[in-house]
Write a protein that binds this ligand. Structure first.
Ligand code: AHR
Length: 666
């Protein structure tokens, strides 16, 4: 190899020195610790729950039996008859078939088992991609049975593994000719991620079955018809400021007939007619024809969950428009009254007195005290004049009758472009209170849009960043992963949300939950299977921001008086937590080099130490997994504060939260 000419060597050396000097350059930041620019709304960081990816049935809703009431469009879906012919019959020992005498849409069908001899015919429920059972845990079984002439002596209910090994068993005695409810406790003898429920019969003749249900006893707060404790705990750990529910596109439905109707999701659980989940076959690459909404997790349970989490409930209602990505079916304006009435009745359900019709429904469900709902969303992701016309009707009715309720409107599915511009322009004219914006975009987009809200009109509507997530490949690609690069980019962007907390009053990542096998959309904040769950790096970013949200926005700027919005790959925001008497700084380094920083706090005397939370990985493609759920998770340390100054070196690709107390007398 020929030696490089001397001049080239000199310039290379110079370049190397300059690069080194630049990366070693200290970034000096000043926090205006004594001056609150704006209040940080308690709703600043929240969660958005939609029943997508088996988030409700098969996920948060702890029911373990799929198609428990035989009401799916294929009423035997989820149920197997062992040793059966391709047509589902086991002629040797028995036959299960569906009878549909019912006219009540919630309860059309039941299952009739005809036993041909005493050889132990059984039915098996496969659960939601299996049932996760834990050794020694107790499970609450209930079912309805009618046993005419009582020729069936026993029902033997057992957990079995994939090979048919029994992992816990209980016996029921069906001692009534007519319909009667039976319950029992099943105790698992082993832990098994993919158990199934076998229902076998001792005797002869016919027996009718319905509403076969199984819940772990150990649900969130021990509630019957309860929620999965580990998943709710992950949500609670985020300390969300609000809970947006139930969607998402699920609110709108592909057609109006298939829209979400909250009134059908309250009252006795078995009276709630189920609905096919719109995400069942939305993506041909991830079909889930067995995906239904049982509504066991319905509006009452959502309000209760919000209350448990200390989060403001934010229900979203359809506004007379089916999903515009599907049919876009419209309710004529002069037929919109029932939809508007649904919104008014919902306010009564949540907040009304117990002697009001809908307040009474709430009270009868066990919650006489009002839920104290303050927000309502009209429409999900609608666009165009059709939305504006309908929104105006809702806005008028709700604000006239309930001026205390803040209405959230939407600006369509995209964060820019014609739909978005038009939506904002029109909603501004209508003095909309809060406008929901959605962005699913590349990490690069998130990094370069940290200044998105810097120029927003301070006198205009407030912003709800209602659905966002960085996409490692592209929106709706099944190859998207919750990589560290995505989470890091979101953190950079979130400093921009926070710096603009006078305009941005709510924000939430989307989607929230995904079943390892039952998902349709990725990336997602939390992944789970039937036994485990873990937070993605994005989850930890959300948690770091949310649990350090503070109460007051503080200015933080470089020596040039600029906000840090990506210079040298760095981002920053700062808040004060008045009740905790503390100042918090959030720092993001999206570059591949370590960055020395010096943060000086003006006009407030700080304590001598600061707590540092660091989220970091050297590898942008790294992800958390079931095997390594905390591969990327925050680490806590302490650092000295000298003369109101913190000196710290940020690792490459890192998110830091510095929190330091204020000295007494400040
Ligand atoms: O979060 C997934 C979907 O993305 C939501 O249902 C919808 O609002 C958006 O298009």
């Amino acid at each position: 190899m020929k030696p490089l000419p001397e001049k080239v060597c000199f310039y290379l050396l110079l370049l190397l020195m300059l690069t080194h000097a630049a990366s070693g350059q200290v970034t000096r930041l000043e926090v205006e610790a004594g001056h609150s620019i704006a209040r940080i709304q308690p709703t600043m960081y929240g969660i958005f729950f939609e029943d997508i990816n088996f988030a409700a049935d098969g996920g948060l809703y702890a029911e373990m039996v799929k198609n428990r009431g035989f009401e799916f469009y294929d009423p035997m879906m989820g149920w197997k008859q062992p040793n059966s012919s391709p047509y589902g019959f086991n002629k040797e020992s028995g036959i299960a078939g569906i009878l549909s005498p019912g006219t009540d849409p919630a309860n059309r069908n039941f299952c009739r088992v005809t036993l041909l001899n005493d050889s132990g015919y059984s039915l098996i429920n496969e659960g939601f991609r299996g049932m996760g059972i834990k050794k020694n845990a107790r499970y609450r079984l209930s079912l309805l049975a009618a046993n005419p002439n009582q020729t069936v002596h026993k029902i033997r209910v057992a957990f079995i593994d994939q090979d048919g090994k029994v992992l816990g068993e209980t016996l029921l005695t069906p001692d009534n000719d007519g319909w009667k409810s039976y319950s029992a406790t099943l105790i698992a003898t082993e832990t098994c991620p993919k158990a199934r429920l076998r229902i076998a019969f001792v005797g002869n003749g016919k027996i009718d079955l319905d509403n076969i249900s199984l819940f772990p006893e150990d649900t969130w707060k021990g509630r019957e018809n309860g929620l999965r404790k580990d998943l709710v705990q992950l949500l609670a750990d985020l300390q969300p400021g609000f809970l947006r529910f139930p969607g998402g596109c699920i609110v709108e439905g592909r057609t109006l007939a298939k829209r979400y109707q909250w009134k059908k999701t309250v009252g006795p659980v078995w009276d709630r007619p189920l609905l096919i989940n719109r995400w069942n076959t939305e993506f041909s690459h991830r079909p889930a024809p067995d995906y239904f909404q049982s509504f066991g997790l319905g509006f009452f349970e959502y309000f209760q969950l919000a209350e448990d989490l200390g989060a403001e409930p934010l229900p979203i209602l359809g506004c007379g428009m089916a999903c515009q990505f599907n049919t876009g079916e419209l309710v004529p304006l002069d037929e919109l009254d029932p939809y508007v009435q649904d919104a008014l009745d919902l306010i009564e359900f949540a907040n009304g007195t117990t002697d009001s019709p809908w307040g009474k429904v709430r009270a009868d469900m066990g919650h006489p005290a009002p839920f104290g709902m303050k927000f309502i969303g009209v429409g999900n992701e609608q666009w165009g004049p059709e939305y504006m016309e309908r929104f105006a009707i809702f806005q008028k009715a709700i604000s006239e009758q309930h001026p205390e309720i803040t209405i959230v409107s939407g600006s369509g599915p995209f964060p820019e472009g014609d739909f978005f511009e038009y939506g904002w322009e029109e909603l501004k004219k209508m003095h909309a209170a809060i406008i929901d914006e959605h962005y699913y975009n590349s990490p690069e987009w998130f990094r370069t849009h940290a200044t998105r809200y810097d120029e927003y009109d301070r006198q205009g509507p407030k912003v709800f960043a209602g659905e966002y997530a960085a996409q490692s490949v592209r929106t709706t690609s099944p190859d998207n992963k919750n990589t560290w690069e995505c989470a890091l980019a979101e953190a950079a962007f979130m400093t921009g949300l926070e710096r603009n907390a006078d305009v941005v009053v709510m924000s939430s990542y989307a989607p929230l939950l995904a079943h390892e096998e039952g998902w349709q959309w990725t990336p997602d904040l939390i992944w789970f299977n039937n036994l485990q769950a873990y937070g993605t790096p994005d989850y930890y970013v959300q948690k770091m921001f949310s649990t350090n949200r503070g109460t007051d926005l503080l200015g933080i700027h470089t020596q040039n008086g600029e906000a840090l919005t990506g210079q040298n790959g760095l981002y920053a925001s700062s808040v004060k937590d008045a009740p905790a008497h503390a100042v918090i700084v959030k720092l993001v380094n999206t570059s591949d080099s370590a960055k020395p920083l010096e943060v000086t706090f003006k006009n407030q005397k700080l304590a001598k130490k600061a707590r540092v939370l660091t989220l970091h990985s050297d590898h942008l493609n790294e992800v958390n997994t079931f095997e390594q759920p905390q591969q990327i998770s925050p680490e806590e340390s302490e650092i000295a504060v000298e003369n109101n100054r913190i000196r710290i070196e940020m690792p490459p690709y890192s998110v830091l939260v510095l929190k330091t107390g204020l000295q007494e007398g400040n």
